[in-house]
Design a binder for this molecule. Sequence first.
Ligand code: G
Ligand code: MN
Length: 610
Amino acid sequence: MTDPQNPKAALSSDSIADEKLRLAELAVLDILDTGPEERFDRVTRLAAKIFDVPTALISFIDHDRQWFKARLGLELCETARGNPFCRHTLNHALVFRVEDTAADPAFRDNSLVTGYPHIRFYAGRAIRGPTGQAVGALCIIDYKPRTFDDRAQDILIELGALVEAELMRRPDWPRGAGHSIGEPGRPDPTGVVGHHDLIHAHVDRLLAIAAKVNHRLAILHLRLDNLPEFKLVYDAGQTQRFINRWLEDLQDKNTDLIYIARLSEMALLGVLDLADRVDDIRRRCDALRAQAIQTADINDITFVFNTTAGVSLFPDHASSAQELINNARLAHARRRPGDTTALFTPLMAERSQRQSLLQERFMRAVVNDALHFCWQPIFGNFGRTLVGFELLARWYDPQLGAIGPEEFIPLIDQQERLKRALVVKAIDTACRQLARWQTRHSEPPHIAINIPGSEFYREDFPDLVSSILGDHGVAGNRLILELTERSLIPDFEATAQTMRRLRQTGIHIAIDDFGSGYSSIAYLTELPISSVKIDKSVVQQIDRAAQRYRLMQSIVDLAHGQNLPTVAEGVETPAQLQLVTDMRCEYTQGFLLGRPQPLKQTDALVDRSM
Ligand code: G
Ligand code: MN
C-alpha cells in the first residue's frame, strides 16, 4: 500500500542530495518562522474540504525540523525533521502516500503513528522553490485508512502548485545586511545535470523581485584566472573548500552581493544589488574583485585570486537571466586587452552574432569543401615581369557574399584541425599547380602561401611540407612560405631552426606584413629568410604622408643591407608604383597591377607572360 519506492518516480539524487542548495533555496524564500497567512490557510482549508480529511498542512523542511506554515487540525507547530513521511515526500516527484500506516511495516512503528497525531493515512506533495528545490510539503492526514486514486493525486498536485505560486508572490527581497541567499559551497557543480537551469531559475526570480522593487542589478561573470596555479599546489578537496570559504567570505563582506554561484570550474556568477546606483558600477565591481585575498583556515592557505569580470545590467541590457548571463560572459570575452572589468554593450552582441553566424556557415563550408583559392600576381618593378603569385584563401557564401581571410581566419584560430586542413589544402594546391607549370615552363612562377604561426611551429611542419612536395614531384625552390611578423615568437633560435630545415628543401621564406606591427630588425638580420613583404598600411600612404615614405625607404634600405629583396604590397595607384620603383623596391603586388583571380585566368596570364 505504500507507494512503491520506485526509483523512476523519485527525483534524481542530484537534486535532493544537495542539502545545502536546498537550504539556500529555503533561505531565499525567507518563510521560516513567519506568521500564519490567509493565502496559505486557504489552501489547507480547501484541501481538507476536497478530500474530507481532518488535517491538512503546509510545512517547510529546515535542516533540523519540519515547520508548519499552515496547519489545519494539528496542535504542533513543528516536528523533528527526521520523520519518514516528509523525507519521502521531499524525495518524491509526484505524490507520496501511505493508505494505511498500520498495514505498512515501514510506518506502523513510527511515533507519529503509534502516538500523537496517530496518522493512519498520509498523502503529501513536495513544494518546490523557484529553482526547483524541494523545500517543503503540502500534505493531508486522516486517522483512518483511506484509498487515494489517480484523480485525487492530480488534485493534490494542483493544490501544491497553488502553494508554489503563493511562494513566488513574496516581494520580500531585497532585505538588509547579512541576508545571504547564495549557494556557495556546491561541490563540483560542473557536470551536474540541470545545474545551470537551477542558477537561471534562481536569478530569474531575483530579477522578478528586483523589477517589483525597482532595483537595478549587475550580473557579473567573474573568472578566476589563476585558479590553475592554485590547483598545481593543492588537491581537489582543498581547492573546493578554499573556494567555498572564499565565496562565503565574499558574501559576508558584501551585503549587496545577493547571489553567487559557480558556473564552471573557472567562472563564477555574481548578482549585485545596485539599488538605484549605476554610475559607479565599474568601480564597485573592481572593488569586489580586489577582495580576492583570502586566508583560509584550511592548512593556513593564503592565496590571491586574479579575477577578471564582465558585467551586464538588469533591466538595461536584458530581462532574462539567460540573456543577462550571456551578455556578462560576452562582455568578459570581448573586454579590451588589459581591462579587468568590462561592461556589456549592444555592439558586443551584434559582433558576436555575426561571428557565430560566420562560424556556423564557415564550418559548413569547410565540410562541403567550399573554400577556394585566388591567385594574385606579383610583378618585378624593373621591366614589369610576372614573377609569381600569392595564393589567397577565399570563401564565397551564397548568402553573405565573399568573405576575406581577415574575417574567417580568426574564426578558426582555436580550431587546430581546421587550420591544419586549410594549410594542407593551400600547400597541396600550390604544389599541384607547380607540377603542371614545370612541364610547360622552364622558369615557372613562384607561389607564395600564408602560414599561420601555430602551424609553422609544429614539430612536424617541415616534414609535412616535404611530403606534399614529394607527392607532386616538385622541388621546393618555387615555393615561398609567408610568415607575418606578428606570428613569429621571439625565440629566434627555435624559429631559425625550423626555417633552416625548410630551406634545406629549397623553400623560401618571406616575412609578411612587415611594418604593420612590432617590426624587429632582428627578423631581418637573424633569420634565414629570402624576402620582405612591406605591409599595405605603409605602402598605401607613401604618396600622402612623408613620414610613411621615409619609413618605407628605411625598410627597403634595411632589407637591402641584408641582401633581401622587398615586395610592396597593396599598390593601388600609379603614383605609389612610381615611388616604390624609385626606392629600388624589387617587386609589386596590388590591385593596380593585378587583383586576386581564379586559376583559369591565372593560367592564361602565365601562358601569356612566360
Ligand atoms: O598580408 P597579405 O600579404 O596576406 O595580404 C594579402 C591581402 O591583401 C589579400 O587579402 C589581398 O586581397 C589584399 N590585397 C592585395 N592587394 C591589395 C590592394 O592593392 N589593395 C588592398 N586594399 N588590398 C589588397
Ligand atoms: Mn601574405
